[in-house]
Design a binder for this molecule. Structure first.
Ligand SMILES: [Zn+2]
Length: 380
């Protein structure tokens, strides 16, 4: 029997537009397509790739959902009484997040970002488990569960490691020649583009480095296997930030009280609201409708995008910024940054991509189509 390796290389935020601008693996790639991403952030998109399903089915969407009863942050209301100058520092919060993940035994990506301590007790955190290992997703299965079920030997790199370590561990696995499917997870490009925007020389430099590394990994695989199916995939694109709005004061100016009348989560490109008192929705809706750079996303559209939940755990009212605009400060960060994703999936810079060293015959329109291609390549 011919020995075949299916090599899927995931490059975070390597959107269709970025790929078109910089090119990649010329001479190797034979076919490439844009893929529509899911509405929201990586916390919804990455599970959509691995499950082949949309957020309304696998139930992973935003990191924070409204659930005061189950909140692991209940004790933070006491910390909120301490001077914010200490706890608003990114490094202190990162350290606290790590300590908390350890105490609770969370294996997923856990970060409390810049959510004010006084407001954390209203929320539960979604990614408690590492979904890159079998059994990690809340509902449905992932491609890794599927491989375990079908007894297909595979290797998925550890997302906590650096790209150098991830590439080295994949080389090691390929040299052993036992794996039939490698999932190479490369997250750095996302961070570089958040920090510098999409046109900075650091972006070009990193893409050139990735090109060289993946080329070399592919050559190694070709030496070890009779056949190598190489795919490059991403979860979403990246938009250069053009402006910011300071939304939080406009909501505060209504006189409504956080925690008494309403609860809000201010993501960088989105604001989500839950209402406690009857008139709060009407008042907040009016403030949002008066904003120049964003729109309310109504339930019908959320349903079309497969991110609607009957219990509104992720928000009773969603406000989305126009592409390029940020809510600053927000609960994800206090300062503006040059690159962001999480805008409408229909914006050209939101598109993810898939490219391969062979023609892609299957229908590929959405990141949820990726899983079917992996299964097809693994021959079942
Ligand atoms: Zn990102």
């Amino acid at each position: 029997m011919k020995k075949k390796l299916t090599l899927f290389t995931f490059i975070d935020a390597f959107g269709w537009e970025i790929y078109q601008r910089y090119g990649f693996l010329e001479g190797i790639i034979q076919d490439a397509h844009p893929l529509q991403t899911t509405f929201g952030f990586s916390s919804g998109a990455d599970p959509s790739i691995l499950t082949g399903r949309f957020p309304d089915e696998h139930t992973h969407w935003s990191c924070f959902n409204y659930n005061p009863e189950a909140s692991p942050f209940k004790a933070f209301k006491y910390l909120a009484l301490l001077p914010s100058s200490i706890f608003d520092r990114g490094r202190v919060r990162h350290w606290l997040s790590k300590a908390m993940a350890k105490v609770y035994g969370y294996t997923g990506y856990f970060e409390m970002y810049s959510v004010p301590f006084a407001h954390l007790p209203y929320f539960d955190y979604l990614e408690k488990r590492d979904y890159f290992v079998p059994g990690g997703i809340l509902a449905t299965d992932t491609i890794f569960d599927w491989c375990v079920d079908k007894k297909i030997p595979y290797y998925c790199s550890n997302w906590r490691h650096s790209e150098q370590e991830i590439l080295a561990s994949n080389r090691h696995e390929i040299e052993k020649g036992e794996s039939r499917f490698n999932y190479v997870y490369l997250p750095r490009l996302d961070g570089i583009m958040h920090q510098h925007g999409t046109k900075h020389p650091a972006v070009k430099k990193h893409i050139a480095w990735l090109d060289q590394q993946i080329r070399s990994l592919y050559e190694l695989a070709q030496g070890q296997y009779d056949e190598v199916a190489l795919y490059i995939i991403s979860d979403h694109g990246m938009k250069d930030v053009t402006g910011d709005i300071d939304l939080i004061p406009s909501i505060k100016a209504t006189g409504l009280e956080y925690g008494k009348d309403y609860v809000a989560m201010y993501d960088s490109t989105m604001a989500r609201f839950w209402f406690i008192t009857l008139n709060a929705e009407t008042i907040i809706r009016k403030v949002l409708e008066e904003q120049d750079h964003g729109t309310i996303v109504e339930d019908d559209e959320l349903k079309q995008m497969h991110v609607y939940f009957d219990d509104h755990r992720f928000g009773e009212l969603m406000f989305l910024m126009e592409p390029g605009m940020l809510i600053t400060p927000c609960y994800m960060g206090l300062k503006s940054i040059p690159g962001m994703h999480g805008y409408h999936p229909g914006d050209k810079d939101s598109y993810a991509m898939i490219a391969a060293n062979k023609p892609i015959k299957a229908k590929v329109e959405s990141i949820t189509d990726i899983r079917g291609i992996i299964e097809y390549e693994l021959g079942i």
